[in-house]
Design a protein around this ligand. Sequence first.
Ligand SMILES: NC(=O)c1ccc[n+]([C@@H]2O[C@H](COP(=O)([O-])OP(=O)(O)OC[C@H]3O[C@@H](n4cnc5c(N)ncnc54)[C@H](OP(=O)(O)O)[C@@H]3O)[C@@H](O)[C@H]2O)c1
Length: 295
Amino acid sequence: MKILLIGERGQLAWELIRTLMPIGEVISVDFPAFDISNRTQISDTLSTIKPELVINASAYTNVDLAETEKEIAMAVNADGPGWLARECNRRRFLLIHYSTDFVFDGSKRTPYVETDKPNPINVYGLSKLKGEESIQAETDSALIFRLAWLYSARGNNFVTKFLEWAAKYETVRIVDDQIGNPTWARFVAEATASVLAQAMPSGLSLYDWVREKNGVYHLTSAGEASRYDWAQKIWELAPNRDMLKLKEIQRANSADFPTPAERPMYTALDCGKIKQSCRTNVSNWIKQQINNLEV
Ligand SMILES: NC(=O)c1ccc[n+]([C@@H]2O[C@H](COP(=O)([O-])OP(=O)(O)OC[C@H]3O[C@@H](n4cnc5c(N)ncnc54)[C@H](OP(=O)(O)O)[C@@H]3O)[C@@H](O)[C@H]2O)c1
């Protein structure tokens, strides 16, 4: 199977490239050689490569900057995915796309399910929701996985940032009023591959199987944590703990750190749908964190 992977330098794409290699030939592209907000480039690239499956791991992910760069965020996260879906649908190519827990406003106190009404409270969340909607308007052969609090051993994420702070400072203050699902990028890549593998025993072609499963799925770790809980666990598990300067993590409130974009307070996602429909095994966030720090 030929797979076109968009956003190759991103933290999720890095894991996808390695995880999907045994499944097929992965051709990866990224900005600026391939710009998802350029309609002609989408069409030309699909015509040249002719993949069976397109995986869009690209996105405008700077949540704070999106508040002032709304047009770019919308072009990359909303318009581009819609055009991509239209072009895929026209050619009968399958599409896998990733969205976010930030489509919700965070006012719930139990994990969100796919039928809960999104209500984004920042531009990034809005742009990702528009992306979901435009894909669903253009094709009925796409899987959209909503992820949350993504991290990996590389790139700019909470784990790499916290370890940097822990190496520099004796005390760090971390908010304990934002709750979510810390989710390892490798877990998402492996879950994506395992979802694709489910088509085989079904007796359907991959194309027909994806059409049957078409829709939005929550895909995160199991169990929820505050940023403070998460920081404590990273510190506890850090392989170079003795070398770190850190002596104490203090609890803080989001109000202590005003940011351009408002963050939803509670965005844990319920993964019951993907577990049942795609037989995906969803592991606990602490187990994922242990594995991440061990490799
Ligand atoms: N990170 C999280 O905590 C989180 C949480 C929930 C959901 N998600 C979703 O998960 C997916 C993967 O996230 P990630 O953390 O792996 O993102 P990432 O590390 O920021 O990677 C995104 C990639 O997209 C590329 N890109 C940006 N604009 C582009 C354009 N116009 N055309 C083509 N490529 C472009 C980026 O290139 P540059 O580096 O040059 O900009 C980068 O390589 C995204 O859909 C994201 O919304 C992420």
